[in-house]
Design a binder for this molecule. Structure first.
Ligand code: PLP
Length: 391
């Protein structure tokens, strides 16, 4: 039992608790009090992985060829399936050998990119509010995150011209995320084109997070960053099967883009992990090949849910832009509330878990995020409860 005192490294001592872990604690306390919780907090698809993907895994798992260490970069057959999917979906050409890398979920790749390119003193530009991994990954590599605020008056897109000159000189890497978590905003190719020009001018590597590109509404498919002219010269796009195919538990993603950036990320990874179980990559090939056959039905379900929640929130008089992609509704808190107090109000009085906007960065103050990864009935019930408790 006894021993020397364990002291944590500076890089983790200063970390806030991972956002969703803190919310989970709040939720557990409510569950312990016997509250019937409606969880609109975490963006984890509630529906199962489509059957053909599971069947392919079962078959591939029995094949001894997959029982040894996989290749570091991922199976060439999986990377080829990724390249084919990029061609079909985005009309983007990528060489599977040098411009595609298999990831253990896209979070893993996003988290490791700064290790390859950021030195102490370097700056990483991050959208804020944003996925908490971006600033933390920057600081793990010894860099400093500079927050680019996503504000309503700019359509929640970062203002590249507002980045100060001294920051630009030190900027090495920029994260972007469209469709966006938490705002659900889609960036268009015109915006991406400005990003490419900016990156070339200031020698900033771009890491675009496209985890939600296949969760879209009204048939309007969001573009890839790599569709902008010259994007392949400035960075990579990290992608994932998690949200698209209800595979968050499987841990399978990929990066596509400039080969030196892919190579740098691959070099970091080969020193800390040993790749993705090949049977999972085999199942990923099936997913990417079947694509819309598996996802059209899922999108219909999300669209119905979005419509229920949007109509309900509108009837309650809340202010928000109906999402055109992703799982999230980014809602302004009513007069007299903060992000934290409105989240607490909904949890304590209505048994609804939401995410306080300030948890995604200071510019998220004044907002909460709700997800649609729960059934239409539960979403309708959440709206009823909100109507009853008021504010
Ligand atoms: C869910 C999510 C991811 C990725 O998840 P993986 O399961 O690691 O692929 C990446 N970025 C954002 C913004 C997300 O919300």
């Amino acid at each position: 039992m006894s021993g020397f005192p364990v002291t944590y490294a500076e890089r983790i001592k200063t970390l806030p608790p991972y956002l969703f872990a803190a919310i989970d604690d709040m939720k557990q306390q409510a569950v312990a009090r016997g509250v019937d919780i409606i969880n609109l907090g975490v963006g984890d698809p509630d529906l199962p992985t489509p059957a053909p993907i599971i069947e392919r895994l079962q078959e591939a798992a029995a094949d001894p060829a997959h029982h040894q260490y996989p290749s570091y970069d991922g199976m060439l057959s999986f990377r080829t399936a990724v390249a084919n999917w990029y061609k079909k979906r985005f009309h983007v050409t990528a060489d599977p050998k040098s411009e595609v890398l298999t990831l253990i979920g896209s979070k893993e790749g996003i988290g490791h990119v700064p290790m390859a390119f950021v030195d102490p003193g370097d700056v990483v530009l991050v959208p804020s509010p944003g996925y908490p991994v971006y600033p933390v990954a920057a600081s793990f590599a010894g860099g400093t995150a500079y927050e680019m605020p996503l504000l309503k008056q700019r359509g929640f897109l970062p203002d590249l011209d507002a980045v100060p000159r001294d920051i630009l000189k030190r900027a090495k890497l920029m994260y972007l995320n469209s469709p966006n978590n938490p705002t659900s905003v889609i960036a268009d190719v015109t915006f991406f084109q400005r990003v490419v020009d900016f990156a070339k001018e200031h020698h900033v590597i771009v890491c675009h997070d496209a985890a939600y590109s296949e969760i879209f509404y009204d048939g309007r498919r969001p573009p890839s960053f790599l569709e902008a002219d010259g994007a392949m010269d400035v960075g990579i796009e990290c992608h994932s099967l998690s949200k698209t195919f209800n595979m968050t538990g499987w841990r399978l993603g990929f990066a596509v883009g400039r080969k030196e950036v892919i190579a740098g990320l691959g070099k970091v990874k080969s020193n800390v992990d040993s790749g993705v179980f090949q049977a999972i990559q085999e199942a990923g090939i099936t997913a990417l090949k079947l694509d819309d056959q598996l996802t059209d039905g899922l999108r219909t379900i999300y669209q119905e849910r979005r419509d229920v929640l949007v109509a309900g929130l509108t009837s309650l008089g809340l202010t928000f832009a109906p999402p055109s992609a992703a799982f999230y509704v980014w809602i302004e808190v009513p007069e007299g509330f903060t992000s934290t107090s409105f989240t607490a109000h909904l949890l304590e009085n209505a048994g609804i878990v939401t995410t306080p906007g300030n948890g995604f960065g200071a510019p998220g103050e004044g907002y909460i995020r709700m997800t649609i990864t729960t059934s239409q009935e539960r979403l309708a019930e959440a709206v009823d409860r909100m109507k009853n408790v008021g504010w």
